[in-house]
Design a binder for this molecule. Sequence first.
Ligand code: ADP
Length: 625
Amino acid sequence: MSERNKIVDAIPVMAWSCLPNGSADYFNMHFLAYLGITTEEAVGWKWMSALHPDDAEQLKGIWLELLKSGRRGEAEARLRRSDGEYRWFLFRANPVFAEDGSVVRWYGTNTDIDDRKRAEEELRRTAAFLEQGQRLTQTGSVWWKPSSGQIYWSDGAYRVAGYPVTQKPTVNLILDRCHPEDLPMVREIVNRAIYDGTNMDLEHRLLLPDGEIKYVHVVLQNISSDAADPEFIGAVTDITGRTIADKKLRRSDVLLAEGQRISMTGTFSWKVDSDELAFSDELNRIFGFDPDVVVDFDRIAARVYEEDLELLAKKMAEVRLGGDNPDYDIRLLVDGRIKYVRVVGRIVRHLDGTSECIGAVQDVSAQRLAEQARDRLRSELAQLARVMSLSTVAASIAHEVNQPLAGIITNASTSLRMLAETPPNVSGAIETARRTIRDVNRAADVIVRLRTLFKRGVATIEPLDLNAAAREVIALLTNDMQRSRISLHSEFSGELPLIVGDRVQLQQVVMNLLRNSIDAMAENSPSSRKIVIRTEPEDDGGVQLTVTDTGSGLATPEIERLFDPFHTTKLYGMGIGLSVSRSIVEAHGGRIWAAPVSGGGAMFGFWIPGRDKPNSPSAMKADPP
Ligand code: ADP
């Protein structure tokens, strides 16, 4: 072995030489040892069988190109080691020329670049992962050195900011994208970062040129060891989706709570096996619990109206025994007030065999009270109807009274005529006088019956709010008034004291007055049909109610007779409404009156004494005067 070959064998690279046609004629020891073959097994083109199949074609192509051009060159390819493992090598080939310029030989080296290649590969993979990760998380990486103005943005950062990757990133570019409302805040934080090296962690909005708004979260950490020269590395994340979802979630939470509050419905969950309970805020409110109380059955029982405890226990026992979805009403006693609640539950059987009762509790107090008021009004109206039919009965009685009255008058004049005869017909006159007495008795009988009828009406004496009583009557007449195109104005005093009396009877008075006004305006043009109903407290502690209309009005001489029984000016009138009204008002210790209204129309009013007045109806007799 020549001295030169010894040297070539000793160098830590693979070396080789080829003939001008590319056929190999020499390999150094290093090369042969790597391949694990002898020179004979490698020479010519034979060594090429150690090339990685994926690289062989390409390397051959480049090699043939070099041979043809006679220019030095290089290529990368994998070679199989004696143990079968492939490693990357950089093949370098240098031609040696004869004086005529033709290639005499080729000399080359193969340098092991496997570690570098792997590192590169690793880096590429890492970069790809990073890129992919950033794409998926809508995040970009940022590096920034304020002193030099250098900024690096990853592709992800460009994507978030909506700039093309060809744009050179600058601080101004970022501020340009900032939503105008957030700009002062961002500017301040950026300035602080530049001067103090303060880490940044902020959320703000971007306003893109197409008007799209993005929410971003920016985190930049100062990694510089030199306090005077900060250097930041960090990330910017597009959190638009999350922020909107958060907002939606918050909004739907708010809506749910608002819905519960408006509908006065609370929700609960009861884990039947462990007796764990959870109440919504509204349910805590319904039960009068503090918002963060831990609800248990003792607390609930303490709030349930005593008489309903048994029902609650029964309903819960049914659920425990695997019963159906509960649906029942119970009463609560919260702060001394009774609340009516409706409980509706659904049983959910979980996969682990446990069950949960999820339900809603609605505060239906308002409905219940309205129902009760409605029922009360209904029975009162039934009573009112009875009292009203009294006037029909009274009218027929009046008819009966008229007959004996007519008889009395006829008999009396017959008697007079008989006595005036010459000679006087005494026996005839006596007989006629007897018939007169019979008729008078009959009339008296009728009157007694009538009085008994009136008497039956006076009954319940209770404290009452005349405004409320009148409002109910108005409600009853609303349809009639609308049909008659009458506009009604109520001027109810807000300071009306309570009075004592029979509500239904006083309602009958108000009803009579309003009905009379409606009747009195029948001839008016619709635009001048107006009723004003007014209540006022009086200095004497009593209350006054007046009904003023724009109807036919009252002629002065007849005013006193209006309240007489059977006085009517109406074709189908009975003339009994005002007289009954007077009886009722006087039975309450009050007064009733009528007055003409200047410009036409009439005003009817009554006054009822206050509760504590001596002539108040607390001593009211059942029989009106
Ligand atoms: P009725 O309505 O059956 O006639 P009332 O006793 O209620 O019986 O009324 C008696 C009469 O008083 C009526 O026929 C009417 O002439 C007169 N009157 C009552 N209210 C008014 C009023 N608001 N305007 C004019 N006249 C009225």
